[in-house]
Ligand binder design. Sequence first.
Ligand SMILES: [Zn+2]
Length: 325
Amino acid sequence: MNKFGNIPALALLLFVPWALSACGEGLVYDPASAVHKDFSGQQALQQVQLQMQLGPRVAGSNSLEKARLHLQEILAEWGWQVKRQAFKKKTPEGEIEFVNLRVRFVGGTADGRTTDVENSQIWQRPVLGVVCSHYESKKFEAFEFSGANDPGSSVAVLLEMARVMAGRPALAKKLELVLFDGEEAFVDYTDTDGLYGSRYYAQALQQWPQKSRPRWGVLLDMVGDKDLAIRVPADSPDFLVGKLFKAADELGLRKYFGLGIQRITDDHVPLNEAGIPTIDLIDMDYAYWHTPGDTLDKLSAESLQTVGQVTLLMIEKYLLDKSEL
Ligand SMILES: [Zn+2]
């Protein structure tokens, strides 16, 4: 036996040169080293709970800064480093400073801290894909909004993905995780209200050298409802939708995923417009959306696990092998 399993020696000789040139070392999908199975819905649910303990996490607030420090600390434990992308923008409530969190894998040290040299290297590394979610919660004056599903669930799935991908550095190093600030509109979604973070990120991405830009994106938003029904909006790229359904099928979880008939205003839109084909995994059929009832008891570990495992399988099996990095 070798690390490719019990493939006959001749097949291996023919296979290896292709594998190395097309995919880079360690990126060929091998069920034995697949990480989707490691994703734990229970652990993800705990991550939702930890975010909620910080209270409402509104753009520009102190509690959102606490959330940033909290996320940074957790990610560092698993070898991921956070780079802040801060910018100021006029909103219906005046100028606000927003902070996107760009996250890349370093590995190596237990606390994820590195020297400056290593630091600059990880940010120059070309990536194949970007996996993202917004992390701030919508501002409400009338009640305390704790945002278990929106955005707690998708942030938690991203964190749990980061934990399990740390066990497969070759995969982790080909991705950038992004936590967007300012997805929510202060009044209503318009060209100038809402999607603050993803608009800024997509614009900044135009400055990256062409060869280091991500080839695709996966956005997660409201993925924890007990009664899970992910409906991919109609403006998600077909090739990504196909891969999502294939991965869901293989895990026997296809019934939770479908195609929506409408476009949705969400963080995938600026990325798609910037030429990064991005799919949005969203479950808008949630009675507690933007209400005081968006609390932990409406979520389930099973739903978080379903989305986490399917997303990971889609990435590790279908979005890395055929790329040419
Ligand atoms: Zn929302």
